[in-house]
Design a protein around this ligand. Structure first.
Ligand code: HEM
Length: 180
């Protein structure tokens, strides 16, 4: 496997960024929901100390991914054999995933900056946590979380459908092994 993609499979950089982002997003959804529901302020602060750097890592990876596809690599050819509406839906879901990931990171950073709670981000003494509901980016961050969960169900559901029902190479070629 090479670091760049070929006409029939993804390269190691694209695969690595994809799965690292996937793990971080699962961690972000879990830590975000737990923080939202945490009654104890110290637990909430600890969760947000993990949550914020993971969110910034997703932002960096997503910006890197955009530059990577734009300037440095070319996506494999579509596998073919799928109805046009499915190809269009997949493209729309991918585009929305990029937009929501960037929007989530931007609104998260916005909450930290506006509330002056950057100490939590950098692991310093957190002090009393602000009520994030008082800051405008909290609304979009909550809506984006629900949207992201729905997109992930569609995205992962489609991958599993291709792998187990269609039995094609859609999921296999996004892994570190030959598609043959
Ligand atoms: C892709 C990136 C991100 C994802 C997927 C994500 C996900 C989430 C989720 C699911 C929630 C709970 C929302 C709810 O239940 O209404 C949440 C809350 C929160 N997130 Fe993020 N987040 C991301 C980035 C960030 C970043 C970069 C920061 C800060 C620098 C941040 C700070 C917060 C804060 C302060 C809360 C509110 C906790 C509360 O109100 O109790 N997030 N996030």
């Amino acid at each position: 496997m090479t670091h760049k993609s070929s006409t029939d499979s993804y390269g190691s950089v694209a695969i690595g960024v994809h799965w690292l982002t996937a793990v971080l997003i699962v961690g972000l959804l879990a830590s975000g929901v737990l923080a939202e529901n945490a009654a104890d302020p110290a637990t909430k602060a600890t969760l947000l100390t993990l949550h914020a750097p993971m969110g910034i890592a997703v932002l960096v990876l997503t910006l890197f991914r955009i530059v990577w596809w734009w300037r440095l690599d070319t996506r494999p050819d579509p596998l073919g054999g799928n109805p046009a509406w499915q190809e269009k839906l997949a493209k729309a879901v991918h585009l929305l995933l990029y937009m929501v990931m960037i929007g989530m990171a931007a609104s998260g950073i916005g909450m930290f900056v506006l509330s002056g709670s950057g100490d939590i981000l950098f692991g310093g003494a957190p002090g009393p946590l602000p009520d994030f509901d008082n800051f405008a980016p909290r609304g979009p961050h909550g809506i984006g979380a629900k949207l992201l969960m729905a997109l992930l169900v569609l995205h992962a559901g489609a991958a599993l459908y291709h792998h187990f029902l269609r039995r094609d190479a859609t999921l296999r070629r996004m892994w570190f092994a030959s598609t043959k």
